[in-house]
Ligand binder design. Structure first.
Ligand code: F3S
Length: 389
């Protein structure tokens, strides 16, 4: 990879050991992926913020880094393992809280924004079309590439942090026009509203690593959020294109190697397979974190109802969104906990619950593995009906 004279100086340690270490990481990645140069980024988004996912080794890595480096571009951070204000009410223990506190301090010393969300684009870090980014959270990456038209690879936590420190990333993968062309066409017969996350779940399985070009579905921005999150969980997909009369004219489909038709029956079978138990310890909504529009819609539905109180309920959102809809949150709080800074997957849910229902396709992948839960998928509306009367 070609480095400028200034980049060579950073690599040689002339700007300190932290920046040198970050540059080494970027150069190693660039060499592996055949990048020719580094390009400036508009923002970074770092994953690896929960003690549950990074452990003691992660704390040491961050504390070492934070002694010698600072981020130089706007940098958002993924959810923590707890709600910073309501961790006791969640059931998190003192030891976990103490370890999580060291992670928070290290990121603060690095200059990372205390956003603690997988939806930075709803919390002020909303990139513009064509901007290059270094984002790590898979659901945010796919949203940035596909809905916002920005350009980012799915970074690992350390590589996103290195890019944030240098303010640049290696130019390869989805930063290049040639890698943003679809390779597989997927046509849905029909996608009922509540099953949009499962349509994403199936797309990830079909597409694998390929950019899919998808027809037979139209979505609101919030549906894009849950659709993309699910496909990034079942596949290594970081970008999709939607087929519409408008995009058909400008999408280069010359590299499409396979066309797959998905009948409604396949989507229904998937819903049946992921249905799981009928009795739950927890209903968890907000993977990815709820938007303002989603909170308002849920509050409208629940406003004149009473809680059933048959299981715990979590509504997960970012602190930024939390601050924007206080009236609606008062309604949701009658039915369960509104949690910020964290989520059902990266919190130590396995110490508190065994059976969790969610409306998220992504959660159906990670609740059983990372969360050791027996997971049940239900559309949002069915979950709201189940917790109210
Ligand atoms: Fe966000 Fe946690 Fe889901 S980070 S996408 S709510 S697994």
């Amino acid at each position: 990879m070609h480095l400028t004279a200034q980049e060579e100086r950073v690599l040689a340690g002339e700007e300190g050991p932290g920046r040198a270490k970050a540059m080494q990481l970027l150069v190693a990645l660039g060499d592996i992926y055949g990048a020719e140069r580094l390009i400036p980024i508009a923002s970074a988004q770092v994953s690896g913020a929960s003690f549950k996912t990074i452990g003691d080794a992660g704390i040491k890595f961050l504390e070492d880094f934070s002694e010698h480096a600072k981020v130089t571009v706007r940098t958002s951070l993924n959810p923590l393992g707890l709600d910073l204000r309501r961790w006791r009410a969640m059931g998190v223990d003192d030891d976990f809280h103490a370890k999580q506190g060291r992670i928070v301090s290290a990121y603060r010393a690095l200059g990372v924004e205390p956003s603690y969300t997988c939806t930075p684009y709803l919390a002020g870090n909303r990139p513009r079309r064509g901007q290059h980014l270094a984002w790590a959270e898979s659901s945010a990456t796919v949203f940035a590439n596909s809905y916002l038209g920005a350009r980012t690879n799915r970074e690992g936590g350390p590589s996103a942090l290195a890019a944030a420190i240098i303010g640049k990333t290696a130019e390869y993968g989805l930063h290049m026009d040639g890698n943003r062309r679809p390779k597989v066409k997927i046509e849905f017969e029909e996608v009922p509203e509540g099953l949009v996350p499962l349509a994403g779940y199936l797309v990830g399985k079909i597409a694998g690593k390929r950019v899919p070009y998808i027809g037979g579905i139209s979505m609101t921005p919030d549906q894009h959020k849950s659709f993309g999150a699910a496909m990034a969980a079942t596949g290594a997909v970081s970008m999709y294109l939607l087929s519409s009369p408008d995009t058909r004219k400008r999408t280069d489909v010359s590299e499409v190697e396979e066309c797959v038709h998905v009948p409604l029956s396949e989507l229904n079978e998937c819903a049946e397979e992921l249905k799981g138990d009928d009795a739950w310890d927890l209903v968890a909504i907000g993977c990815p974190h709820c938007s303002e529009a989603e909170i308002r819609a849920m509050a409208r539905f629940l406003k004149d109802k009473k809680p059933r109180d048959e299981c715990d309920v979590w509504f997960c959102t970012s602190r930024a969104v939390y601050g924007r809809c206080p009236k609606e949150l008062t309604v949701l709080r009658r039915f369960g906990k509104v949690l910020c800074d964290t989520c059902m997957v990266v919190s130590p849910i396995e110490k508190m619950y065994r059976r969790t229902a969610s409306d998220s396709g992504k959660a159906m992948v990670y609740l059983p593995s990372l969360g050791r839960q027996s997971a049940s998928f239900r559309p949002t509306r069915a979950l709201l009906e189940a917790i109210s009367r």
